[in-house]
Design a protein. Structure first.
Length: 249
């Protein structure tokens, strides 16, 4: 049986709706999973049930993480947050850390995974981080715009088999202070953390770029999704939780 993966819903504030990019779903299906998008909820019982229904969590892109979640006040007018989404995802991530359930994060996913482990973020890169690297490209998004260096000895290096990689990029927040227990797996040309791992957990990894736009034309992107789905398949076959990975601020 294929592993099931809960894909965090994207939120359209203007239309008061939830939506999903096909690339997330299609990349997971191509890798051998059955993905589903749960409702956006802050109800603890519903969150517990969503967690029980899946073998892994895909933390998607989208809204900014509210700076108050890492002890700061918003400093810029362009910060767009979803309180309900932050609440739901942080609760699911806490459960995943405690029960060692696989998690893969993309863009915002990397950022909120850093926050749940006590890390902080640049609230707005153009305002707080001086760089000539394009971290907020224009469409189309299925093309690389800058390079990253993959750290030797990390799962990312082992899985991709390369030292450097050209990636796409669409974000204005990024990791400032790395969260507890997290290890950087890739660094951008200008020094930003572009991928993370938490070795204490079986699979708690994330990237800052967008493989969901690249996977149809890019082998490394496909390998990222296949690695995650393989971890979820192992979770499905052996649903015992032997590790504890609670992050506390």
């Amino acid at each position: 049986m294929r592993p099931t993966i809960a894909v965090m819903p994207l939120v359209d504030d203007e239309r008061e709706s939830l939506w999903m990019l096909p690339g997330y779903m299609d990349a997971l299906r191509e890798a051998g999973a059955v993905p589903f998008m749960p409702a956006l909820t802050t109800d603890d019982d519903e969150i517990q049930q969503i967690f029980a229904m899946c073998d892994g969590l895909l933390m998607t892109g989208g809204h900014d993480v509210d700076p108050q979640r890492y002890g700061e006040q918003p400093r810029f007018d362009n910060i767009m947050c979803s309180t309900a989404r932050d609440t739901m995802e942080l609760a699911l991530l806490h459960l995943a850390l405690v029960h060692d359930k696989p998690v893969f994060g993309i863009c915002r996913g990397l950022q909120i995974m850093n926050v749940v482990c006590g890390g902080t973020l640049y609230q707005d890169l153009p305002s707080e981080f001086d760089s000539d690297v394009d971290h907020h490209q224009r469409p189309p998004y299925d093309r690389p715009v800058h390079d990253i260096h993959i750290e030797a000895g990390t799962p990312l290096a082992a899985g991709l088999g390369v030292d450097d990689l050209a990636v796409n990029s669409y974000h204005h927040q990024a990791i400032r202070v790395l969260g507890e227990g997290l290890v950087p797996m890739a660094i951008s040309e200008d020094g930003l953390v572009e991928a993370i791992d938490r070795p204490e957990n079986t699979y708690f990894r994330a990237v800052q770029w967008h493989p969901e736009f690249l996977y149809t034309v890019d082998g490394p992107s496909r390998r990222l999704f296949r690695s995650f789905v393989a971890a979820c398949a192992r979770q499905s076959a052996e649903p015992s939780y032997g590790r504890s990975g609670v992050c506390r601020r």
